[in-house]
Write a protein that binds this ligand. Structure first.
Ligand code: AOF
Ligand code: ZN
Length: 347
């Protein structure tokens, strides 16, 4: 097999790591004399890294001597929750390492390769992410989370039927798709009206998550909220961004963060400080408009439901003033049962 095929095996292994959370998904394949000796991946945040996982599959560690390792991300150089992988590869006598991409994490970035090369290991960097770790890479390169905005709307661009009431627009396949989307997010955010009118759960029901996305609501006064809302149900960590100081007793899953005036820029800066790499903005009209006006949307996902709701004066999906606009690249269009999904990146 050629390098690209082994690399692809490593990419496929990496994708099995469903609970890596803010750590990258990483896969590793150990090859000697054109035979695969072992395959490993980073299973879960805090657990052993892909390279060490692959080495642990060998019946005898001596077999690693003279072998080639294909690894999707630069082996780490730091003492984190586990000792540095680059040192381990040197110790066991690996002679060649083929890396997908350098690690953008400043704790590593290039130092892993340097350790390998200083110890006489031949290193090739393929300059390919293999499609992995989009949010992780974006976060370290741009200093803020990758932001996806998602909403469902009717054919006449409405997100609600009767004002002040929750309207279910999409059908089961599109709803299951939203669950999939949430699985890959570190935080999900809604505005005050969506919180109080829809009372969303903002949880992942399609899979048991070791690190569920943090549920976030931006409100004016946290003291005015009913504690019967789903966000107080302790099903997932919850952050409430309030403009008025909290006097309420809240469950231990709920953190209240106070700031006299929350703007998308301040919200995103706070999330970046907390190390959050991906954010899903899930409505409604006003908060979506605010994020677009602040140019804090990287990708838009719209579910189109085949119905005309009518209703003059009902909010548009994004309630923007005329001065704020945003253009998107040609969308990918997917039919999801009765509904249609449009997915487009910001231009
Ligand atoms: C690797 N192989 O499989 C992973 C790497 O907190 P720790 O110790 O788990 O370190 C997390 C950092 O280590 C993470 O931000 C990234 O730089 C690197 N992850 N490196 O060589 C792996 N998961
Ligand atoms: Zn490592």
């Amino acid at each position: 097999m050629v390098d690209q095929q082994y690399f692809q095996m490593a990419v496929n292994a990496a994708r099995q790591g469903a609970d890596t959370w803010t750590n990258p998904q990483v896969g590793a394949v150990l090859v000697k004399h054109d035979q695969v000796l072992a395959v490993g991946y980073h299973h879960q945040y805090g657990e052993r890294h892909a390279e060490v996982d692959a080495l642990s599959k060998l019946p005898e560690i001596g077999q690693a001597k003279g072998a080639t390792m294909y690894v999707t991300l630069e082996p780490c150089s730091h003492y984190g929750k586990t000792p540095p992988c680059a040192k381990r590869l040197v110790e066991v006598g690996i002679s060649r390492v083929i890396i997908g991409q350098l690690d953008p994490n400043p704790k590593v970035s290039g130092r892993g390769v340097a350790i390998l090369e200083q110890n006489g290991i031949s290193v090739t960097v393929l300059e390919s992410t293999g499609g992995l770790n989009q949010a992780y890479n974006y976060f370290y390169r741009n200093g803020r989370p990758w932001i996806t905005m998602k909403y469902a709307m009717s054919l006449d661009g409405k997100i609600n039927g009767v004002s002040g009431q929750r309207t279910q627009l999409t059908h089961s396949i599109a709803q299951a798709d939203v669950q999939q989307l949430r699985q890959h997010q570190q935080a999900i955010l809604v505005g005050e009206r969506t919180l109080t009118v829809d009372d969303p759960q903002l949880t992942v029901r399609s899979r048991q998550m070791v690190f569920p996305p943090i549920r976030i609501a931006v409100v004016h006064d946290v003291n005015q909220l009913s504690t019967a809302l789903h966000l107080f149900d302790q099903e997932a960590p919850t952050w409430l961004f309030s403009e008025v100081a909290n006097q309420k007793v809240v469950p231990k899953t709920v953190k209240v963060i106070v700031q006299p005036k929350w703007t998308p820029a301040k919200i995103v800066a706070y999330l970046a400080e907390q190390g959050i790499q991906s954010l899903l903005v899930e409505g409604g009209s006003r908060i979506q408009a605010a994020f677009i006006a602040a140019e804090l949307v990287d990708e838009l996902i719209v579910y189109l439901s085949p119905q005309v709701l009518g209703g003059q004066g009902l909010p548009a999906a994004v309630g923007l003033p005329l001065t704020d606009q945003m253009a998107f690249a040609t969308p990918t269009i997917t039919a999801l049962g009765q509904d249609v999904r449009l997915r487009a990146r910001r231009l």
